[in-house]
Design a protein around this ligand. Structure first.
Ligand code: NDP
Length: 313
């Protein structure tokens, strides 16, 4: 097993595999570590209908299998394992895999993604892929003319609710406080939308349904003397309570923004450390789409190739 590589890719979502395809075709002989969730967030979704090139749609896991095959076809070495620590203060960079193996890499492409936050109620797992989603742009289409709920009161929740109101018959927003945290303009947009009903001071505590989500159990003014149980009939339950980027091991190594996303020198994928690049959701709190992640993966491989040739590595 090679312990010194020219290009190490951490993470196996659309960004990581696209970086691998480009790096392999540029003869960088990339090694890619799959991480905790091989294939990334897409493996937890069902149908992907908005990735160009699949006119009939494709399932998330199938699509990621295709990405992997394409990366391997050009010589990427895909390994299972998770980066558990890094030292970017040295050259080559050091990346520790599964707390035991040290890889030395001339360039590192970080594509460890982000993870949607969930409420932590057991029904979210029970109905995963059957009415529970954390991405309206990905799954909203399945709820045309149906009723849905969006949990959260931030900009993401308002955006998702507005997007869903273009498809669904009715959109509830389940907001735990008595106000929205979102920006004024987004607040106005949801408040003036006749299809959106905001349920302030409501918490979701469970879901019900035979073969998929048919409704949600809510509690109004939870913990107060006038607490009240409220059930709503819905077909889709969307979480929009934030994402957290998977950057724990980079905290002392790279410049991150205040939420923890990796700062890059846009439009490049360069991070605050030379030779280290970031692609996909780990550096993107806004778009978070498979196709945008793939685009930055391509850029990261091109940036890495340029760095290697400029430094005669
Ligand atoms: P935020 O952290 O801004 O908002 C999260 C929302 O979810 C809050 O209303 C919060 O409630 C609620 N929430 C969190 N945890 C729970 C829970 N356990 N139960 C119920 N509700 C919960 O996250 P966003 O993803 O909305 O936004 C992240 C950042 O990205 C923000 O800075 C935002 O402005 C930005 N953004 C900008 C956009 C734009 O400009 N177009 C679009 C999308 C995001 P509470 O208020 O009570 O804490």
């Amino acid at each position: 097993m090679r312990q010194k590589v020219r290009c190490l890719i951490i993470g196996s979502g659309p960004a990581g595999y696209t970086a691998a395809i480009y790096a392999a075709r540029a003869n960088l002989e990339p090694v890619l570590y799959e991480g905790m969730e091989p294939g990334g967030q897409l493996t937890t979704t069902t149908d992907v209908e908005n990735y160009p090139g699949y006119p009939e749609g494709v399932t998330g896991p199938e699509m990621m299998e295709d990405f992997k095959k394409q990366a391997e076809r050009y010589g990427t070495e895909v390994r299972s394992g998770r980066a558990t620590a890094v030292d970017f203060s040295v050259s080559p960079k050091k990346v520790i895999i599964d707390n035991e193996l040290t890889i030395e890499a001339d360039t590192v492409i970080i594509s460890t993604g982000a993870t949607a936050k969930y409420l932590g109620i057991p029904d979210e797992t029970k109905y995963a892929g059957r009415g529970v989603s954390a991405c309206a742009t990905c799954d909203g289409f399945f709820y045309r003319n149906k009723k849905v709920a969006v949990v959260g009161g931030g900009d993401t929740a308002c955006e998702e609710a507005t997007y869903l109101s273009g498809l669904a018959e009715k959109v509830y927003m389940v907001v735990r406080k008595d106000y929205l945290r979102a920006s004024k303009i987004m607040q106005e947009r949801v408040m003036n939308n006749p299809k959106i009903e905001i349920l302030f001071e409501h918490n979701a505590i469970g879901l019900f349904g035979e073969n998929g989500v048919e409704g949600a159990h809510l509690v109004k003014r939870m913990g107060e003397p006038d607490e009240e149980n409220v059930d709503i009939a819905i077909d889709g339950f969307f979480l929009a309570i934030g994402h957290h980027p998977n950057t724990e091991i980079f905290i002392d190594q790279l410049k991150l923004d205040e939420v923890g996303y990796i700062d890059t020198e846009a439009p490049s994928t360069r991070t605050s450390v030379k030779g280290v690049f970031a692609a996909g959701d780990v550096a993107d709190s806004i778009y978070r789409q498979a196709v945008t992640a793939a685009g930055t993966g391509c850029r990261a491989a091109i940036d890495a190739e340029k760095y290697l040739s400029e430094n005669n590595l």
